[in-house]
Design a protein around this ligand. Structure first.
Ligand code: GAF
Length: 379
């Protein structure tokens, strides 16, 4: 990226930082409910080359669009909020760091490049805001720890992008380790690295992008979050994490049926994340397949955040021989993941895509991902 940066800004960058996208194996919408999730960082990354400036300007360019954006480093929340595209996340991260940490922070110029697909549900936004935060942490000498970075990244989503999200994505992207998933406990605030062992077991993870795009700022995400809060309030618990799986049935009929279904999804998906992590820890990663597939049924029927094209992708992957499949991420569009035997991956990818087309949907884009390291300095 050094050459592209020099061509754009006329000087070498001070460094290049990157952050991965993520897939979540299991545990969906559990983050803002104090539950568990088991994501990993993927080998698709967003890179940001940055050079500090002597003045107070921020200039942002990407290697895939011609226009560059410019703003003062002390730009207000409203300015960051009004920005569009990739610059919104970079300006947003700079704004949140300066405000929350009360630091001056010099101007800078930044070039962004990425192979994390956008709108697919693999956290392209968390990758960009996290790459920006690790870069500015170093250049501005902030000494932040990863947990603090997670909180600041979430603020960018909540305040700048207006997406009322939890901390799953930032935690995954900032804490990921190659060949590991990370078991996140959002009540305890802990993160445990779990060696995946996929390669040794001959397993591969496919991402099946439905091409149905989602937007958590305007879509059903906020509504689901409110329904979970409603369920917790009626049950008299601080978060749905306080409920054990065998308590859920007793709440049927004591709250609106759809609110009870949301509760059931959250409680059972936390249990599935716990069981999946346990199997992986025991060196039995193949056996998580059925948990993934159950997790999808729970999203489709109880959380009602799936879409027909993703249901079709999950069914098609299973019919083609996947060990398990489910929608990953916040839903209302995005992608499914399928756990497959590496030797069958290419065949399953084609057969599943064909079957989705036969079911009347757009041909999905299918790609394999490996568990990769979290946000870091690359050069
Ligand atoms: C999105 C959100 F950003 C996360 O916080 C999480 O809630 C996820 O949807 C669902 O598990 O990615």
């Amino acid at each position: 990226m050094h050459e592209a940066f020099a061509a754009r800004f006329g000087a070498e960058p001070d460094g290049v930082w990157s952050a991965p996208g993520r897939v979540n194996l299991i545990g969906e919408h559990t983050d803002y409910n104090g539950g568990l999730a088991l994501p990993f960082g993927i080998d698709r990354r967003t890179r940001i080359a940055v050079r500090q400036r002597d003045d107070d300007r921020i200039r942002i360019a990407t290697d895939f669009a011609d226009e560059a954006r410019s703003a003062p480093v002390d730009a207000s929340l409203a300015t960051a909020h009004a920005a569009t595209g990739w610059s919104r996340y970079v300006l947003g991260a700079a704004h949140v760091l300066r405000r929350e940490l009360d630091v001056a922070g010099s101007g800078f110029e930044a070039l962004v490049a990425s192979d994390v697909p956008v709108g697919v549900g693999v956290s392209s936004s968390a990758a960009l805001e996290s790459a920006t935060i690790v870069a500015l942490d170093e250049l501005w000498g902030l000494g932040l720890d990863r947990r603090e970075m997670v909180r600041l990244g979430q603020l960018v989503e909540n305040e700048v992008v207006d997406a009322p999200t939890g901390t799953l994505d930032q935690s995954a992207v900032l804490l990921a380790q190659r060949d590991h998933a990370v078991l996140l406990d959002f009540r305890a605030g802990t993160a445990e690295q779990v060696p995946l062992g996929f390669e040794a077991a001959g397993l591969e993870t496919l991402v099946i992008d439905s091409l149905v795009r989602h937007d958590h700022a305007t879509g059903g995400y906020g509504e689901r979050r409110r329904e979970c809060e409603q369920a917790a309030a009626i049950a008299g618990v601080r978060t749905l994490r306080e409920l054990a799986p065998d308590e859920v049935a007793s709440w049927a009929g004591r709250m609106p049926a759809h609110v009870h279904r949301r509760m059931r999804h959250i409680v059972t998906d936390t249990e599935r994340a716990r069981l999946a992590a346990e199997l992986v820890r025991q060196g039995r990663p193949r056996e998580i397949g059925p948990l993934l597939t159950e997790g999808h049924a729970s999203q489709r029927d109880d959380f009602e955040n799936s879409v027909p094209a993703i249901d079709a992708a999950v069914e098609a992957a299973l019919a083609a021989g996947a060990l398990g499949a489910r929608m990953t991420g916040g839903g209302f569009g995005g992608a499914a993941i399928a756990l497959v035997d590496e030797s069958a991956a290419a065949r399953i990818a084609v057969e599943a895509a064909d079957a989705v087309v036969s079911a009347g949907h757009a041909r999905p884009v299918v790609f394999a991902v490996r568990a990769d390291d979290g946000a870091r300095r690359d050069a």
